[in-house]
Design a protein around this ligand. Structure first.
Ligand code: NAD
Length: 501
């Protein structure tokens, strides 16, 4: 991906988006600089006031119309995702399926999740009524990755819009056509104001958005870029929400349904050619079931093939540079004594990587500690579930994870250091719009989806209103000394004993 041209008439630099499978040109897009980004944010400020003024009902109607359009034109959208990102058509369809569910949920639930709520005052302000209101932030900047070019950015965009904000979206330079399609489709159902705009370009365009004075920046991408985004946003104290990478673990306990666990491990680790932030990148299976489990994983993974067609099991690796990362992780693991039961050193044949199942992988191999983002599944033998837990929690990431088992499964799920866990399934938390989505540690902070996602993209406002006047006012220079004495006695009575009220 490189700057390809400077438009003769306008002087605007452009770049081409190309299919990772065929090299075919998908489209040409402007490289938007600070000026264009600032102009988009300024238009968005005005649009935000209009959008907020529509209220929940007005926004719900329009967001549901947008959802309807996505559902009706899903095929066209899947074709574009397949072309630009490379993933098989069915995987693209899963994105469409997810975003329509999430949009529907956000549109319907925003009014309830963000309704003003009464709060009971304590003794000091009993004569007041108190409430918290959730107001739109204004303009939310969204920066997205390429691996789920629809589902991931809409995880922020749908909830930001439902909460009453306008959005300026910077899609990945590898999937700008999907971003542009989205903004154009939204403008068809909301033609009045530029409530959802797209700016295109590389990292510098994203950096300009961080510095453009948006009211919040929601970033999804790698931890390395997340650090830069946070530093850039710090300049104007722009609040950030960071959805970063992961190294998700699956634990398979001795009482697990091994067929279900193997199915889930293969899907979780290999679907989308492993290019999934919540992909399973490590499996810890306990000794008594290890051999049987590995056999079932191998049977399934060995049947999968990578290829160019819309019906292949795996598409290409979307970003050429990622092929080197996957190759490095594989070579490192094999050099340290790991064995490949499926695939092997020759699995990487650009732009594809065939599925790989590794065993006997040392715990400090690159493939166990860094995000591989490829269809490589290390399956590690552990003594028991507690050892699995300790190893799973040793990494720096903490995005998602899965546990297969019965007796100890819920305890293990609670103890796993991650933002989201599925028990006896994989990645299912993403199918539940009401659940918050996000991680801990190097996987970032803040949440999209669910009520938390709506509130994350709102501003909580505290309001108190005096109901009854008291003989003296605590927040006044005119309060009598005896009032302070009385309050001091009351404080000792209420709190000095240490008992809870
Ligand atoms: P990336 O960090 O390379 O790029 C993400 C976006 O940031 C792109 O749009 C890019 O142009 C932009 N960018 C680059 N430099 C920037 C800068 N200095 N300032 C502002 N923006 C900048 O990530 P990627 O390769 O596109 O995506 C893959 C990563 O995203 C993986 O680590 C994956 O795990 C993660 N991811 C996380 C989630 C999640 O929800 N937690 C979802 C999908 C992907």
């Amino acid at each position: 991906m490189a700057i390809t041209d400077r438009h003769a008439a306008t002087g605007v630099q452009t770049f081409d988006s190309v299919s990772p499978a065929t090299g075919e040109k998908v489209g040409t897009f402007p490289v938007d600089g600070p000026e264009q980004v600032a102009a988009a944010v300024s238009r968005a400020c005005q649009a935000a006031r209009w959008w907020a003024g529509l209220g929940f009902a007005g926004r719900r109607r329009r967001l549901l119309a947008f959802k309807g359009l996505l559902a009706r034109r899903g095929e066209e959208l899947c074709d574009l995702i397949h072309l630009e990102n490379g993933k098989p058509h069915d995987d693209a369809f899963i994105e469409v399926l997810l975003v329509t569910e999430h949009l529907d949920w956000a549109a319907h639930k925003a009014a309830r999740a963000l309704r003003p709520r009464r709060v009971a005052p304590t003794l000091l302000a009993r004569n007041h009524s108190a409430r918290v209101e959730y107001q739109p932030l204004g303009v939310v900047g969204v920066i997205g990755p390429w691996n789920y070019p629809l589902f991931t950015p809409l995880g922020s965009i749908s909830y930001a819009l439902a909460a009453g904000n306008a959005v300026v979206f910077k899609p990945s330079e590898h999937t700008p056509a999907v971003g542009r399609w989205l903004a154009d489709a939204f403008a068809e159902v909301v033609p009045e104001q530029p409530v959802l705009q797209v700016v295109t370009g590389f990292g510098a365009t994203g950096d300009a958005l961080c510095r453009a004075g948006v009211d919040k920046l929601s970033f999804t991408g790698s931890a390395a870029t997340g650090r830069k985004v946070m530093a850039a946003c710090a300049e104007r104290l722009t609040p950030v929400l960071l959805e970063l990478g992961g190294k998700d673990a699956m634990i398979v306990d001795d009482d697990a349904d091994l067929d279900a666990a193997a199915r889930a491990a293969v899907w979780g680790g290999i679907a989308n050619a492993g290019q999934t932030c919540i992909g399973i990148e490590r499996v810890y299976a306990v000794d008594p079931i290890y051999d049987r489990f590995v056999e079932k994983v191998v049977q399934r993974a060995a049947k999968l093939r990578a290829g160019p067609g819309p019906d292949a099991d795996l598409g290409p690796i979307t970003v050429p540079g990622q092929l080197e990362v996957i190759r490095r992780h594989l070579d490192d693991a094999l050099a340290r004594g790991a064995r490949a039961l499926v695939g092997g050193a020759g699995a990487v044949h650009p732009p594809y990587v065939e599925p790989v199942v590794l065993v006997d992988v040392p715990e400090d191999a690159l493939v166990m500690v860094e995000e591989t983002f490829g269809p490589v599944l290390p399956v590690v033998r552990v003594h028991d579930a507690d050892e699995a837990l300790a190893r799973a929690n040793a990494g720096s990431y903490g995005l998602g994870g899965a546990v297969f088992g019965r007796r100890r499964a819920t305890r293990l799920a609670r103890a796993l250091r991650a933002g989201m866990i599925s028990v006896n399934s994989v990645q299912t938390f993403a199918l539940v719009p009401g659940l918050p989505f996000g991680g801990v540690g190097e996987s970032g902070f803040g949440r999209v989806h669910g009520e938390q996602g709506l509130r994350e993209l709102s501003s909580a406002k505290a309001l108190v209103r005096q109901r009854v006047r008291l003989p003296f006012d605590l927040t006044s220079f005119e309060r009598p000394d005896r009032a302070v004495d009385a309050l001091a006695r009351l404080t000792r009575l209420r709190h000095a004993g240490g008992r809870r009220r």
